[in-house]
Write a protein that binds this ligand. Structure first.
Ligand SMILES: [Zn+2]
Length: 127
């Protein structure tokens, strides 16, 4: 189901920078980079506020794996909790580098990090 006036339901995939897509999820560059070289998010295809735990786990695996390529220019990136998210009724997670010069660096520090990915260490068991 799509919701009216939801920017994540209304994404025009032709115009977005898509890094990954399957039946459940899309990984794409965020609309605003906020001063980061890269800033990406994983979006659930359906307009749901919460998704099953197993799906969250899978989303984290996908975002970690794609992030390792997208953020290959930096040793670490973080997957953040959606506390400060502008859109909070459509499930998504943002991953960002840790550039102190970025516009939202203080907000990144104030946000709970769901996962820190160390790009210098290969991780096993990711998709
Ligand atoms: Zn939506």
């Amino acid at each position: 189901m799509k919701a009216l006036n939801c920017p994540l339901c209304e994404l025009d995939l032709e115009k977005e920078k898509i890094f990954y897509a399957d039946q459940s999820f899309i990984v794409l560059r965020t609309k605003t980079l906020k001063g980061h070289r890269e800033r990406i998010m994983i979006v659930y295809r359906k307009h749901e506020h919460t998704i099953p735990y197993k799906a969250v786990e899978r989303a984290l695996d996908i975002l970690s794996k794609i992030g390792r390529k997208v953020f290959s220019y930096t040793p670490k990136f973080v997957i953040m909790d959606s506390t400060f998210a502008t859109i909070n009724d459509h499930w998504h997670l943002v991953a960002s580098d840790l550039d102190p010069k970025s516009e939202d660096f203080n907000q990144i520090l104030a946000t709970r990090w769901i996962k820190v990915v160390d790009n210098t260490i290969p991780e096993e068991g990711e998709v």
